[in-house]
Design a protein around this ligand. Structure first.
Ligand SMILES: [Zn+2]
Length: 210
């Protein structure tokens, strides 16, 4: 599996490019900004982007989606519970001092039970509300990788004080869904360093056992 992880934009959102070495099909997860850099990596690996997956509708994760769709023709996928947040991109831009990306259109809503794929590499979608109502994680079971969006960070969890946030819901998502994954699962958070489920289960101060 080709997996490029690199921070984009002023808030340094971790964007992932996942590609299949044989079919050269790819997905891009959270193209928040710096679309020219994303496209340069796509070309470097000779990939064809088939899906654009958004873990949640915060501007630092979704801001570049329309530009990437225009460049690749790939559909934009996001859980429908974040459609309200998507309509607030102008307000979000003002909060963080970014230029507004304009209107973002969603081609398909994703939720638990569905999968996304880059060639032979398939991820299960896990709806994990709490940071936002429509937050999702992508779990690549054979590769033991979790793209966690802003639900789980190394040593921390997503903030819940923004519109659509809920501490009760994020704790339920973390304990019932995220921590149900195997300890050896590598976690790629929405920001910052990579970690594993086992490390977070043991040391994350927000995840001490109930
Ligand atoms: Zn966020």
């Amino acid at each position: 599996m080709i997996h490029e992880i690199f921070p984009v934009g002023p808030l340094q959102c971790n964007c992932s490019i996942i590609g299949d070495e044989t079919t050269r099909e790819a997905m891009v997860i959270d193209p928040g900004d710096d679309i020219d850099d994303i496209l340069a990596l796509v070309r470097k690996h000779k990939l064809q982007v088939k899906q654009i997956v958004i873990t949640h509708a915060h501007i630092d994760h979704v801001g570049g989606a329309m530009k990437l769709r225009a460049a690749t023709g790939a559909p934009i996928l996001l859980n429908q519970n974040d459609f309200a947040l998507l309509k607030m991109l102008d307000e979000q831009a003002a909060w963080v001092g970014m230029a507004t990306p304009g209107k973002v259109e969603i081609d398909h809503s994703l939720t638990t039970g569905e999968t996304v794929a880059a060639g032979s590499h398939t991820a299960q979608i896990l709806h994990t509300p709490g940071h936002t109502e429509g937050s999702i994680c992508l779990y690549f079971a054979p590769e033991k990788r979790l793209i966690a969006g802003d639900t789980l960070f190394a040593g921390s969890i997503g903030r819940t004080d923004l519109p659509g946030g809920s501490m009760q819901k994020i704790m339920r998502s973390l304990h019932d869904t995220v921590l149900a994954l195997p300890d050896e699962t590598v976690v790629i958070p929405g920001h910052g360093e990579l970690t594993t489920i086992g490390d977070e289960r043991e040391t994350n101060p927000f995840l001490v056992k109930r």
